[in-house]
Design a protein around this ligand. Sequence first.
Ligand code: NI
Ligand code: MN
Length: 228
Amino acid sequence: MTTRITWLGHAAFQIDSAGRTVLIDPFLSGNPVATVEAGSLAADAIVLTHGHEDHVGDTVEIAKRTGALVIANFEITEWLRKKGVENLHAQHIGGAHDHGFAHVKLTIAHHGSMLPDGSNGGNPCGVMLKTADGTIYHAGDSGLFGDMRLIGEEGIAVAILPIGDNYTMGPDDSLRALRLIEPRHVIPCHYNTWPLIAQDALCWAQRVRAETRAEPVVLEPGAAWELS
Ligand code: NI
Ligand code: MN
């Protein structure tokens, strides 16, 4: 089996696994680096890490059009219900559920989570997707925290980490995170969307190879990589 991971730009990913398409943080409209339009995306499920606009993004439109199941913390699923999204599954930090396409667990993340209209988006999360090909950990917009070691204890095939700095961890702390998580592979995200979070990903990748045991996978927006 193969699990295909496509970077849609910023923190948005499409994961095709076990015949299902899962979107994480589908922010396409207004995303200056997105290469696809929200209206062209198929989805069986959408997972949200937190309530910020650059993560909730096009979730309401995609969910209503496709009927995709939206998985997020309780505060965000209740907000989506008020927006007319019906196919919802609330989880919360530390809780996991087997959704068939993957076993999905929400983890802590150190960040904020206010929804686009100012509503309370609960606490921000990271997400672990346990697939038949290995576990994917998307850290959301987190800063570095020592309990990433506990996440690593579950065995991470690929970690998706923000490296943009300013709003999230930056390159230096992402290397420290890798030494705690010890994933086999790492995909950087949440950089180069705007000038404030510009980073040199190739320079970062050289440091990952030199200073950690992880293999960096640097994608361009729209590009995919296969985990098998
Ligand atoms: Ni955020
Ligand atoms: Mn963000």
